[in-house]
Design a protein. Structure first.
Length: 372
C-alpha cells in the first residue's frame, strides 16, 4: 500500500503543533480503509478540558465548497447558467454594467473583481499584506451583531473594484459567496442554508454538519482563541459569536470526520455530476487573503508538493478557529485538521506577519498526513 498511515508519526506531528503554541488541535487522516484520529492539547485554557477528535468546530471558508456544490446542483437542474451575468438574477445587488459583466462563474472562482467587504464591516481590522495600526476592537463591538447580508454585499460592491471582471489574478472575496447565497435563495425558493443542507449536507450523509442556529456552537466543542497578530495577549475566546457576518460563505459547523466524508463523496462525483466536478477543478490564479497567488477553481483549490500527488479541498478560518480539509485526487488519502488558535504571527515594523514555529509545525503535520 502506497504511503500507509504511520500513527506514531502522526501522533508526534500533532503533538508538535501543540508544543509550538496552539492550545489544542484534532485531526482525522484516512488512507483507503485505514483511519487515524488524534488530538493534542486543551479545549479550554481555563479548565484544562482536553480536545477530542469528535468535537464540532467552526470550519470557516471550507463552507465555500458546500455553497459552490449547491450552486452546481442548481445549474444541473437548469436553474442557473454559470456563464450568465449575475445581473440577470440579482439586478438590485449588482446593478449596471458590472451586473452585466460579472458572471456566476466569476463569483465561484473569485475573478469577479469585487472587493472584500470585511474591512468595511470591521474597520479596526486592516487588510493584508501590511497590518500597521490594526486592532481587535471591531471583534468585540460586533460579537452579537446580526448583519443583513445585503448590507455586507453593498459594502463589497460599493468599494473600489480589485480588478475588471474576469481579470487575472482574481481576488479572494467573501462578497462573491454572499452573492452566491442570495442567488441560491432566488432560484430555489428557500434560504441558501436550507438549499445547501438539502442538496449537499444531506446528500453527503453528514450527521454532524449544520449552519449555526445562534451565536453558540451546539454539541461538544473547543473554545476558539484569537490572537489577532499579537494585539490580543493572551488570546481571547471568540467561540460565541454571531456568524451572520459571513453566512454561507464561512459559517458552517462540522467535524473532521464529516469533512473527510464530504470531500470523499464530492471528489467521487456523488454530490455533483462528474461534469460539474470537472468544472469545479478548472482553476484560475487568485490572490488569497494572505496576499499569496493561488490556483482556485469553483469552491475548490489544489495543493501539491513537487513530485507528489495533487490534493483538492479548502481551508478556512473564523475568529479563533482554523480548519483544513484536503483529499487526494483519487480519493484514497484524506486529511482534515482543526485548530483552536488563529493569527498567532507577530508583526514586524512594517506591519507584516512574521514566521512562527506553529507555521512550520502545521506544515510538517500536513506533509506527514498527505504524503506519509
Amino acid at each position: 500500500m502506497k504511503n500507509p498511515l504511520d500513527s506514531t508519526a502522526l501522533d508526534a506531528a500533532v503533538e508538535n503543533v501543540h508544543r509550538a503554541g496552539v492550545p489544542g488541535l484534532f485531526a482525522e487522516v484516512r488512507h483507503g480503509d485505514q483511519v487515524w484520529r488524534g488530538a493534542a492539547g486543551i479545549a479550554d485554557t481555563a479548565t484544562g478540558r482536553p480536545v477530542d477528535p469528535a468535537m464540532r468546530h467552526r470550519v470557516g471558508s471550507v463552507t465555500k465548497t458546500f455553497t459552490a456544490a449547491a450552486v452546481l446542483r442548481q445549474a444541473e437542474r437548469g436553474r442557473i447558467e454559470l456563464d450568465a451575468p449575475v445581473g440577470r438574477y440579482l439586478p438590485a445587488l449588482v446593478p449596471g454594467e458590472r451586473g452585466k459583466a460579472i458572471t456566476v462563474r466569476m463569483l465561484l472562482n473569485h475573478t469577479s473583481g469585487l472587493a472584500e467587504y470585511l474591512p468595511y464591516a470591521y474597520p479596526s481590522l486592516k487588510a493584508l499584506p501590511a497590518l500597521s495600526g490594526t486592532g481587535p476592537e471591531s471583534l468585540d463591538e460586533h460579537r452579537f451583531t446580526r448583519w443583513d447580508p445585503k448590507e455586507l454585499i453593498a459594502m463589497g460592491v460599493g468599494a473600489p473594484a480589485a480588478s475588471s471582471p474576469g481579470g487575472a489574478p482574481g481576488l479572494y472575496s467573501n462578497t462573491n459567496y454572499l452573492l452566491l447565497a442570495e442567488l441560491l435563495a432566488r432560484v430555489s425558493g428557500t434560504t441558501a442554508e436550507e438549499s445547501i443542507t438539502r442538496d449537499v449536507i444531506e446528500a453527503a450523509g453528514l450527521e454532524d454538519t449544520a449552519f449555526p442556529a445562534g451565536p453558540e456552537i451546539d454539541g461538544p466543542h473547543s473554545r476558539l482563541y484569537e490572537a489577532w497578530f499579537g494585539t490580543i495577549d493572551p488570546p481571547r475566546d471568540y467561540s460565541v459569536f454571531d456568524m451572520s457576518w459571513t453566512g454561507p460563505s464561512a459559517s458552517l459547523i462540522s467535524t473532521v470526520a464529516d469533512l473527510n466524508r464530504f470531500f470523499a463523496r464530492l471528489l467521487a462525483g456523488k454530490i455533483v455530476t462528474p461534469s460539474s466536478l470537472d468544472q469545479m477543478r478548472r482553476t484560475n490564479p487568485v490572490v488569497s487573503q494572505e496576499g499569496k497567488v493561488i490556483e482556485y477553481g469553483l469552491g475548490l483549490h489544489p495543493t501539491e508538493a513537487p513530485g507528489q500527488d495533487t490534493f483538492w479541498g479548502h481551508g478556512g478560518t473564523v475568529w479563533g478557529g482554523g480548519t483544513l480539509a484536503m483529499t487526494r485526487a483519487d480519493g484514497a488519502r484524506q486529511i482534515a485538521v482543526a485548530v483552536n488558535l488563529q493569527r498567532w504571527n507577530g508583526l514586524d515594523a512594517s506591519g507584516r506577519p512574521q514566521p512562527h514555529p506553529i507555521d512550520a509545525a502545521l506544515e510538517a503535520l500536513c506533509r506527514v498526513a498527505m504524503y506519509g
